[in-house]
Each structure stands twice: as C-alpha cells, then as structure tokens.
Design a protein around this ligand. Structure first.
Ligand code: PFF
Length: 451
C-alpha cells in the first residue's frame, strides 16, 4: 500500500476537518431550519443529537478511515465485500449536494459584490432577494462563477493555500458573528426572538423536527457521505481521535449556534411580530441580514466583510465536496486528475442548473411545496444520509463489531472515555431511531400519512 501523507499535527487535522464541516450548513442552513422548526425546540434536539449521534458517527467514520487507510468505498470493501454498497451510496450524496451548494455559494458572492459596491440599502428591500433568485441569467451567472472558482482551485491543487487563508479567516468570522449577534439583540423586539430561539417548547416536538435536526447534523458535520472516512485515513495514530472529534463538534455546533443567534432575533425585530417570516426557508439569511446591516453604523463595510468570510467558509466546504467527487471518479475509472476535475465540474453544472432556475423559470416544479433546490436537499439530507448512516451503524455494530473501532480509538493512549455510549448508540439506538425516522419521513413524503 502506498504511504498516505499525513496531517502534520492534531490541530492540523482538527482544522482541516472543521474547514470541511463549517460552511453554509452552519451559517445559512441551520438558522432557517431552527426558525422554521420551533426555535428552542429544534436547538435542544440538535444539541442532544450532536453529542450522542453526531459524536458516535463521526468517531466511527474517522476510525474506519484511520484503520483502513482508505476512503469510503475502499474502506467498506476492504473490511467486508458485501458492504461495498454503503460506500457507493455514500458517494452519491456529495454528487447531489455539491451542485446546489454552489448555487447558494453563488448567492453569497452576489451579495458580496452588491455590498462592496455600496448597495447595502438596496439589498434590504423586501423583494430584493426574491426578485434576484427569480431571475434566469443572474443567479445562473453567480452559480457558474462560484463553481468555476472551486473547480480551478481543485484543478490546480492549491487547496492548501486556501486552507491557510481560511484558518485565519475562520476566527475572524466567529468574532464578527458575535458582534452582529450582539448588535441584533439590541434591536426592538429582538428579545422575543431570543426567547423563541433558546426556549424549547415540548409541544413543538415532532417527527419532522427530529428528522430535520438529524439531517442538519449529518450535513453540518459532513457525515454519512464518506468524507470523514477520507479525513480519517490521513490522520496519524499518535493523534487522539476522541478529543479531535469533540473539538470539531464543538467548533461546528458553536458556529451554527452563533449564526442562529445572529439571524433569528433579527427576524423578530424586523418582521414586527409577524411569525410567518420564520418560514422563509432557504432565503432567510439573505433577507434578514441585509436589514441588520442597513440599520447598523458602518453596516456596508461590516456586511461586505461578513459576506467575504462566508464565501471563504463556503469555498473550503465546496472544495472538500468537489475533491471527494473527483476522487470517487478517479478511483473508479482510473482517470487523470485533470479529466476527472473537468468531468465533475461539467456534471455538477448541469445538475445545478435546475436548482438555480427553480425559483424563476422552473418555479412550476414543486413537490410538497418544495422547490427544486429544496427537493435536492431533502433527498440527500432526509433520505440518503439516514440510509447511509443506518448501514454504517449495522456494519460497525454487527459485522466488524464496535470493539474493532474502539481499539482504533484507543491506539493513542489506551483510553476511550465514551466507549459505552458509543457501543450502545451504534448498535441499538441509532439504527432503531434511523429506521423509525426514515420510515415516517418517506411515508410522509409519499402522502401515506401527515406528520
Ligand atoms: N458541512 C458542510 C457545511 O455545513 O456547509 C457541507 C459539506 C461540505 C458537507 C463538505 C459535506 C462535505 F463533504
């Protein structure tokens, strides 16, 4: 087996994995889901799932990668041929996500460009966002630009440079998010929003909320798509796996929490108590934040910096998505890097066009009230990822046995503090829960019953 290059230090590993994990999922997706699914209720369910399920699955994936030294398809195959299909299923997820991820990435670049040219007040208008995404060539153009930047970076193999930049930018993003959140909380009506965001209401707990939180967890932590297996394959045996997972988790969840804090109270402040604003969905960040910036001293400058930082967070995640897809095609068809990159870029472009046009010319395509982009998001997050997670649990729990991976975790210092929890969750709690959740979501989607 050829020697794989390793991350030079534990912190290097944690930052690289966090670069993939922290992205639009935290800043754009988490707040609109929390807003839509009951605020504090969603937040509480998410936190519980993160420290139990999220921890267990991330540990399993990284340990699988480090143990085998291979990425998803190879890792499953090398341990048990019958389970290669899990790796294949996992490989489909980024192929679905990357195109629409780039559509949203394009929206971020568009907002950056408007802010830097002094258009903060224009973006704060009520129908600015909807008329922008309702267009044809404009959103397509920004999507193309975001995808092209990502593709050029992956093609030239200069990810390392980008990672370096983003390591500096990430802490700045955290600080800026805190400043914006504090400012937002001083606005009239924001306190009511804060209460909505942090206070759980048990009456809001539903299968839909749990499913949404679970899908978000996978998405945000880059789980159930093989990516953490790949990262694990580059991790050194001397680095403590358990504490690395805790750190990535803390970082990822912390940024999502702050993004919610920045957006949800502001929604209340600007909607004058109109709760329907909470249901804005994918557009929430783009509709709410410009209003915050427009009302803020130096809002134009702060907004410009903010969208630039979000762009970088999105870019590092998009790079890791594209890299994953490229390596899948390279391994499968033995293509050169260049050809694989070009193929993936063209394929993703084609797959992303319907998502981009789904709010305008293709607006007539709708399924259960979802646009094309929402449908892509639903299929990957609420259907495929739970399936991949389910089989990963069965594979670890009953085929290779949790002990195999627990031993891998212990390689560094003989300790695995959460081993008991890991065993119980991976064998019993997670599979049962995933089947229930998935069954009800599919039944709901097919209209068999409403939840
Ligand atoms: N975790 C990223 C986010 O929250 O934005 C999305 C993502 C990136 C998922 C890379 C998967 C991946 F391979």
């Amino acid at each position: 087996m050829s020697k794989r290059s390793n991350f030079s230090s534990k912190i290097g590993f944690v930052l690289a994995a966090s670069g993939s994990a922290v992205g639009l999922g935290n800043i754009w997706r988490f707040p609109y889901l929390a807003a839509r699914y009951g605020g504090g209720t969603f937040l509480l369910i998410y936190l519980i799932l993160a420290v139990t399920f999220g921890f267990t699955l991330m540990t399993a994936e990284i340990a699988l990668g480090r143990k085998t030294g291979l990425s998803a398809i190879g890792a499953f195959k090398s341990l048990d041929k019958r389970y290669s299909f899990v790796g294949v299923l996992a490989a489909i997820v980024p192929i679905i996500i990357f195109p629409y991820y780039s559509v949203i990435g394009g929206w971020v670049v568009k907002y950056f460009s408007v802010f830097i040219t002094g258009g903060v007040n224009a973006t704060a208008a009520d129908d600015y966002f909807t008329s922008f995404i309702g267009g044809t060539f404009e959103p397509l153009g920004w999507f193309l630009l975001f995808m092209a930047v990502t593709a050029v970076i992956v093609l030239c193999g200069v990810e390392k440079g980008i990672e370096k930049v983003s390591k500096i930018m990430m802490p700045v993003l955290v600080v800026l998010t805190i400043i914006i959140a504090i400012y937002g909380l001083t606005l009239d009506g924001a306190m009511e929003g804060l209460a909505y965001y942090v206070k759980p209401h048990m009456s809001d707990v539903s299968v839909k909320t749990i499913l949404a939180a679970m899908g978000q967890l996978f998405y945000s932590m880059s789980l159930a798509m093989g990516i953490m297996i790949t990262y694990g394959s580059y991790m050194k045996k001397e680095d403590n796996l358990e504490s690395s997972v805790r750190q990535i988790e803390l970082f990822d969840t912390g940024i999502a929490f702050l993004a919610g804090l920045m957006i949800i109270p502001a929604v209340f402040a600007f909607s004058g108590g109109d709760r329907s604003a909470l249901n804005a969905g994918p557009g929430l960040m783009f509709m709410t934040l410009p209003k915050v910036f427009a009302s803020m001293k130096f809002g134009g400058v702060i907004g410009t910096i903010f969208f630039l930082l979000v762009f970088f967070a999105a870019l590092t995640s998009a790079i890791s998505l594209m890299e994953t897809i490229v390596s899948i095609f390279r391994d499968k068809f033995h293509w050169g890097r260049r050809n694989a990159c070009i193929f993936v870029a063209v394929l993703s472009l084609i797959l992303g066009i319907p998502s981009s046009l789904g709010f305008g010319p293709l607006g007539f395509i709708s399924w259960m009230g979802m646009s094309v982009l929402d449908i892509m998001d639903f299929v990957s997050n609420s259907v495929l990822m739970p399936i991949v997670a389910f089989f990963t649990c069965i594979f670890v729990g009953f085929i290779i046995k949790p002990k195999t991976l627990a031993d891998e975790v212990k390689v560094t210092d003989g300790k695995f503090k959460a081993e008991k929890m890991f065993n119980v969750i991976i064998k019993w709690v997670a599979p049962i829960f995933l089947v229930l959740i998935l069954g009800s979501s599919v039944a709901n989607a097919l209209g068999i019953f409403k939840i």
